[in-house]
Design a binder for this molecule. Sequence first.
Ligand SMILES: [Zn+2]
Length: 368
Amino acid sequence: MSKIRMPDSKEISFVKTKINREFNNQKQQTCCKLCGKEIIKDSKAFHKSHTIPYFCLENIKGLYNKNYGVLKADYPGLRTVFSDKEFIGTNKAGVFYSICSKCDQEKFSVYESEEALLNKDPQDMVNSMALKIYLNELFNTRFRNFKNTIDYSKLTDEQIISSYFEYVGNMEEPTVECDIRDFEADLQSARTTYENGYRNYKIIYHTILNYTVPVAAQTSIPISHNVDYSKLQEVAQIGHKRIEDLLICIFPLKQKSVITVFYKVGDALMKKYSKQFLKLCEEDKLREIYYLLLRYKASNYFYSPLIKEILNDKNVRSIFSIEDTAIKMGGRIIHFSMFEEYNWKENLPSILSEQYSVQNLLKSDSSC
Ligand SMILES: [Zn+2]
């Protein structure tokens, strides 16, 4: 019997490069997503936009396998030959292409500097932050959708590779389509809010810490359970209704950090969540914010390589592995989130606390 030959990572990354090229060559979006200016037909290119400001990533970058950069959000997860690299250079981290250079320079300067983040009223910055979050989420979800619907047999002769990507695509496709619908609507709402200067976002947490946290984030979190684990909403159901999300920004600065957490006014479930969140003490709030990233997102935030040992912690890995999916067994629906153990959150290293600041990690790094 002939043995199945497993493809190596080089062959897989060759296919991934082809996917990227095909995605870049498609003409689904040709105009700037914000001002509508024609870009592709005028033979111009979309601006290379950073979701998390580049200078924040520079503040946490570190040495990893002889290169300087940051670790991706899925670092605590299991890795297979199909996984993307766990490390990325700061110039490529959190990058998306869907607006023109003028919009990129004009619409985000309100918060994209250390000086603004430290001195401005957060209420004046959240509209712009939300706009960038949804531009990035929509771009990423469209890319995922593209990957789910592409004909892989045209990209590779290796059947294992095409079968793998097709399998992942079939699993994801129905929910990704709802995600596109949601992010498209959230982006339109963020754009209207930004253009009219409405106060449509409710800030539930804003702080300036006197140390640099080893994580940078600017992302939306589709929360399924409240602080006390009671159910809030279905987030992975096929054909789901609009998912409410919490927006989290964690900006590491040179000697300080700015953290802002907010949601869209009118999102009743997020209001319900915020009631429990606001009752937590300061220390628990920081732990909860990191828990939310770990529990609900596998992309769109980045770690300093200085924290890599802590990311191997059992509680970090356990929380990262929880999924909001369900299976049918003997007429009953089993939700995987049921297997979450409450002591994981209680024992989670509080990565946003001073103990794990870049300043402290550098001290212990140089002492060994
Ligand atoms: Zn534009």
